[in-house]
Write a protein that binds this ligand. Structure first.
Ligand code: B12
Ligand code: SF4
Length: 434
């Protein structure tokens, strides 16, 4: 028996930002050894015209849904089973079932083995639903699943799944409900020990479930002498004890959701960790004081944003010499409270933007209150392009001493070069490709 797992790309062409998908290592760890496995990642390689496998399993995020549905049609034969899992089919299983035979909702660790069992017995169901409590698989980052593929040289680990916050635009809460699961510190240390890459990225949506377990983790990874990065919430920006422990254990960069400069927008999005922060500048200063670089993310187009505010946000990011930054137009992801609100208020431009032939990366999918959809698209494009001009890249490099620390210069340049290339590659591209 043979199964092929495919990580689906959202647009045509190979990307510069693809990292090893942890899903492949998870699938490798949870699949019985008598099953032959093949792993294909469309973000870094061309897919074949035909796949001769008994099961074809597509991993689908919303931006890649249109492409996944095309691939499902292309690869479906009388004899195979085409299944889908990941964020999008989990949110919209009925839609996915219009294009594939079976949907696996939620985590792979319990749904995939159950599907394989049933396949052998000839009793495959339409839907497999994870209990969302299952133990997270142990990852071997040197997995055969990644062999022969060209990825960024960053090691990935996942300490926890889920997030303690509940922002109204975010897919995480809808996907994982409110539960946050963690691996044991010992397991994560074992995983990191085997990673050959110098830099490790904790992909956790928020690594700080609580201070005690975070400090325990930092203490345990310190002797491994890795450089690492993680996502933090704004409250951590003022916690000197945590920041110090992070820096001492090898942290070099934090990803932080600033989202908006306007507290009224933050309230609307339920971004509670940012609401009490009077001045973002103070948070930034404190993080830089601990010699950590900052990857800032902004979401633009909330009700109190005007076209002028997008420009001000970009200027804020340049003025504060952020290491890199994302300026994303607010995207209503299916399954989120934001989506429901916009749908109820008739503020969505398309019935399902992710299936729309004319919808391109960077477009607005809804009618913002204080600007046109075109203003939002153009404003974000302008912010992305301006923040990433060579002039501004060098300005941000030389005006921030944290960027000039020897190892950081290298990371700063690589990140900015990749980010610039990807922004220009993706902007305005049709989702799903040709
Ligand atoms: C790291 C990351 C990135 C990295 C890339 C990582 C990589 N490997 O290359 C970067 C920064 C480049 C990135 C970019 C983007 N990202 Co991103 N990213 C993440 C993040 C934080 C972690 C991804 C990860 O490794 N997860 C761990 C793995 C194990 O999870 P997983 O692949 O989802 O698989 C689990 C389940 O979904 C399920 N599963 C998945 N597929 C399948 C298939 C089968 C058959 C089965 C059985 C199960 C199954 O099983 C796994 C667990 O057991 C997630 C948030 C998150 N918590 O996942 C966002 C996330 C996936 N990203 C998201 C988005 C929107 C994007 C962008 C579109 C942002 C933008 N506007 O440009 C781009 C798209 C890039 C692209 N595809 O070209 C959204 C997707 C939401 C959605 N509804 O689709 C997420 C969920 C963030 C969020 N808060 O909403 N991202
Ligand atoms: S803090 Fe981040 S991951 Fe958590 S709900 Fe908000 S946007 Fe999503």
């Amino acid at each position: 028996m043979k199964a092929t797992v495919i990580k689906v790309s959202m647009i045509d062409g190979k990307g510069y930002d693809a990292m090893k998908p942890l899903l492949f290592a998870i699938m490798d760890a949870i699949t019985p050894k008598d099953i032959e496995m093949e792993y294909l990642d469309e973000r870094v390689e061309d897919l074949p015209d035909r796949i001769d496998s008994d099961i074809i399993a597509l991993s689908v995020e919303t931006f890649a849904a249109r492409r996944a549905y095309k691939l499902a049609k292309k690869y479906k034969t009388k004899n195979n089973l085409v299944v889908m899992g990941g964020f999008h089919p989990t949110m919209l299983p009925d839609e996915a079932l219009e294009y594939c035979d079976t949907v696996l909702i939620g985590d792979a660790e319990d749904t995939w083995p159950a599907l394989l069992e049933d396949y052998k017995k000839g009793t495959v169901k339409k839907i497999y639903r994870s209990n969302n409590k299952v133990k997270m698989a142990k990852i071997d980052f040197n997995s055969m699943a990644f062999q022969g593929k060209k990825y960024n040289k960053i090691g990935l680990v996942q300490f926890s799944r889920g997030c303690k916050f509940n922002c109204d635009f975010c897919s995480i809460r809808s996907f994982y409900n409110c539960k946050v699961r963690q691996k044991s510190t010992k397991d994560i240390v074992d995983e990191i020990k085997k990673i050959k890459e110098k830099i490790v990225f904790f992909i956790d949506d928020n690594i700080f479930l609580d201070e005690k377990s975070a400090l325990e983790l930092f203490k345990a990874i310190k002797p491994l002498k890795k450089k690492w990065a993680c996502q933090i919430s704004m409250d951590v920006a003022f916690n000197d004890k945590l920041l110090k422990a992070m820096r001492e254990s090898g942290c070099i960069l934090v990803l932080m959701g600033f989202e908006s400069l306007n507290p009224k927008n933050l309230k609307l999005m339920n971004k509670v960790a940012n609401l009490n922060i009077k001045k973002y500048e103070e948070a930034i200063k404190n993080i830089y004081k601990h010699k950590l670089m900052i990857y800032g993310t902004f979401v633009l187009g909330y009700d109190y944003d005007t076209k002028e505010d997008i420009k001000k946000t970009m200027e804020f990011a340049i003025r504060n010499n952020l290491t890199i930054a994302n300026f994303n137009p607010l995207i209503p992801m299916p399954g989120t409270r934001l989506y429901k609100r916009l749908e109820d208020n008739n503020e969505l431009i398309y019935d399902k933007w992710w299936l729309e032939e004319t919808y391109c990366y960077g477009d607005s999918a809804y009618y913002p209150k204080n600007m046109s959809p075109e203003d939002l698209k153009e404003g974000c494009k302008e912010a992305r392009y301006t923040f990433n001009t060579y002039r501004n890249i060098f300005k941000r490099l030389f005006r921030n001493r944290v960027h000039l620390i020897p190892f950081n210069i290298f990371v700063f340049l690589i990140l900015n070069i990749i980010s610039r290339k990807e922004i220009h590659r993706k902007q305005g591209k049709q989702l799903g490709g040709k």
